[in-house]
Design a protein around this ligand. Structure first.
Ligand SMILES: [Zn+2]
Length: 309
């Protein structure tokens, strides 16, 4: 575990056996919290990391999710069983999917295909009396004067909160500012189907800037640079990626996801970045160009619909 701010330790969930892809965050306090659970396939790793950090089975008080995508929330049912005193805090739009993950798993099966069982694993339900369905501004009390504040931040997903540690000004942004693994020079947007929405995503980034955080931390993966510059970069790349997709559909209205993905790869996969194949594989699996193409295509279709009628 790596201390990234006073009282905040970052742990590596080692999804798929890969390091430096998906983080969790242990926030100290009399009633400590874990933000992000990782995928279900990471549950044993996360339990062991918390135990090694001295968090006993009865000690952990909060399990906080940025959103319910399976790489962030898949282990929540296992961790709720492992830490019986922990209450799960999730966006109000995601809560019912934790109580009954059937639909969540069905839609994940469509998006992930064989990776669902091969990489992510499914999700155990969480008992309703262990769940808090939280709205924007919800504060989680860790005791000793420490609070986490949830910041509604749709765009990547409609059930997304960033988590602000008020004590240190650390903003855990989940996937709302994109992805940058330690080996990567550039941020990559995280614009998957079905929810990706450019206007919502940029509005969320503006909210983050207004919070004036001391540091911005991605779940994939870790702290990134000067906060305001990073958040502006995240907005700029979103506009750039959407613009490339728009140009494809402007040339050819019936352009499909494959054509958009090819154009995005041409425009943004930096041949000079010289990423090792293993890193490329991690990025493409986690946040592939194809997934972003599908999310942006769906967004463009949705945006066009009112004008079409
Ligand atoms: Zn996500």
């Amino acid at each position: 575990m790596q201390t990234i701010a006073p009282g905040i330790r970052q742990l590596d969930t080692l999804i798929g056996g890969w390091s430096g892809v998906t983080a969790g965050f242990l926030i100290d306090g009399p009633q400590p919290a874990l933000v992000e659970t990782g995928a279900r396939s990471s549950a044993d790793t996360v339990v062991a990391a918390l135990e090694a950090a001295g968090v006993g089975r009865a000690d952990l008080r909060w399990l906080v999710l940025t959103h319910i995508h399976l790489d962030h929330a898949g282990a929540v049912g296992d961790l709720a069983r492992a830490f019986p005193e922990a209450t799960v805090v999730v966006h109000e739009r995601g809560a019912r999917h934790l109580a009954d993950p059937t639909r969540l798993i069905d839609s994940a099966a469509l998006v992930y295909g064989p990776l669902l069982d091969g990489l992510y694993g499914r999700m155990l339900p969480v008992a309703e009396d262990r769940l808090v369905a939280a709205a924007d501004g919800h504060r989680i009390d860790l005791g000793g004067g420490r609070h986490l504040r949830l910041v509604d931040s749709p765009g990547h997903a409609k059930h997304h909160h960033a988590v602000l540690d008020e004590h240190t000004g650390t903003l855990l942004v989940g996937d709302a500012a994109g992805v940058r693994l330690p080996e990567m020079r550039h941020l990559r947007p995280a614009a998957p189907p079905p929810d990706f929405d450019l206007e919502q995503a940029t509005a969320s980034l503006h909210r983050f800037v207004e919070l004036r955080p001391e540091r911005v931390v991605l779940t994939h993966y870790g702290e990134v640079g000067e906060p305001e510059a990073v958040l502006r970069e995240a907005e700029a790349i979103l506009h750039q990626w959407v613009a490339v997709a728009e140009a494809v559909t402007a040339r050819h209205a019936a352009a499909g996801v494959e054509e958009i993905a090819a154009a995005l790869a041409d425009a943004f996969l930096d041949p000079d970045e010289d990423l090792p194949d293993a890193v490329r594989e991690k990025v493409e699996t986690l946040n592939g160009v194809h997934s972003n193409a599908a999310g942006i295509a769906r967004y463009l279709q949705r945006r066009a619909r009112p004008q079409a009628s």
